[in-house]
Design a protein around this ligand. Structure first.
Ligand SMILES: [Zn+2]
Length: 280
């Protein structure tokens, strides 16, 4: 329980930061529209220029992963319509992590779609609290390794806590040109405003980050996607998309290179925080 309360406190701090001056400029840049497009297999991009949202289309209905900022909901809905799909066909809502820039639009899109929201126990408290963004009802709690299937598509949840207590990375195999490709929807593993030592953001956060790095290193990935588009150079890849040419989003090895960089950043931030603590 204390873990949940600490997490809510952290979200409230983030919500405050969201309305400060530098965050506003960042928020406007994140919210910039981006034309929706077919990414690979059943996956369509329906997010903004900066914040990834993904529609997985099946004959039995659609899955929407992440919803961006609260003000992004109409944009995501319009992107779904532009592709010829219907918001009312969305059956399941998923979330990589319960921060205002990825969960903010969930409540509005849930109302519009009538979809069920699946979330990890670690982040469900943040989603329900509505301190940093509109509160949203969680309909189903997902377990580590749980598979979510709809219309022949199966997504697997991997709990990768640290960035948030219930940060969830999703993987999905897709058929492509006679072979199977592994798509990875990364949560995030940045330190951001988290405290790793001393008065930590939540109990056990440091061990969570370490376990998550170890787990993420084992996940196969041919197509790396994430809640922040700069993580996987989306704009640059879209510019390289041409009919008949190989899909630029297929890049085995890219995620592991990204992760190695993230781990270096993490070690640096951890060393900084330890040094600050020992100076006190
Ligand atoms: Zn975040």
């Amino acid at each position: 329980m204390s873990r949940i309360l600490f997490a809510i406190g952290a979200a409230a701090v983030l919500a405050g930061a969201a309305y400060s001056q530098p965050m506003s400029a960042r928020r406007i840049a994140w919210n910039k529209p981006f034309p929706p497009f077919h990414l690979a297999g059943p996956i369509y991009y329906v997010g903004s220029a900066g914040l990834g949202c993904y529609l997985i289309h099946t004959q039995a209905g659609d899955i929407l992963l992440d919803a961006g900022l609260p003000e992004m909901a109409p944009q995501v809905e319009a992107n779904i319509a532009k592709l010829g799909f219907r918001i009312t066909d969305v059956r399941i809502l998923l979330n990589t992590h319960a921060h205002f820039d990825h969960a903010g639009g969930l409540a509005a899109l849930k109302r519009k779609s009538g979809a069920k929201l699946y979330a990890s126990p670690g982040d469900a408290a943040l989603l329900r609290a509505g301190t940093a963004f509109p509160a949203v009802k969680v309909d189903h709690l997902i377990r580590d390794g749980e598979q979510v299937s709809l219309g022949g598509v199966t997504m697997t949840a991997h709990l990768t806590p640290g960035h948030t207590p219930g940060c969830t990375t999703w993987t999905m195999p897709i058929p492509e040109g006679g072979r199977t490709l592994n798509v990875l929807f990364f949560c995030s593993i940045s330190v951001a405003d988290n405290r790793l030592v001393g008065h930590t953001t939540y109990p056990g956060i440091l061990a969570d980050y370490e376990r998550s790095f170890a787990l993420l290193k084992t996940l196969p990935c041919d197509i790396f996607l994430a809640p922040h588009t700069e993580f996987f150079d989306m704009k640059e890849k879209v510019a390289r998309m041409k009919p008949g040419a190989p899909n630029p989003f297929i890049e085995p090895g890219e995620f592991q290179r990204f992760l190695a960089g993230a781990q270096r950043d993490f070690e640096e931030r951890l060393a900084q925080q330890k040094a600050e603590l020992s100076r006190r």
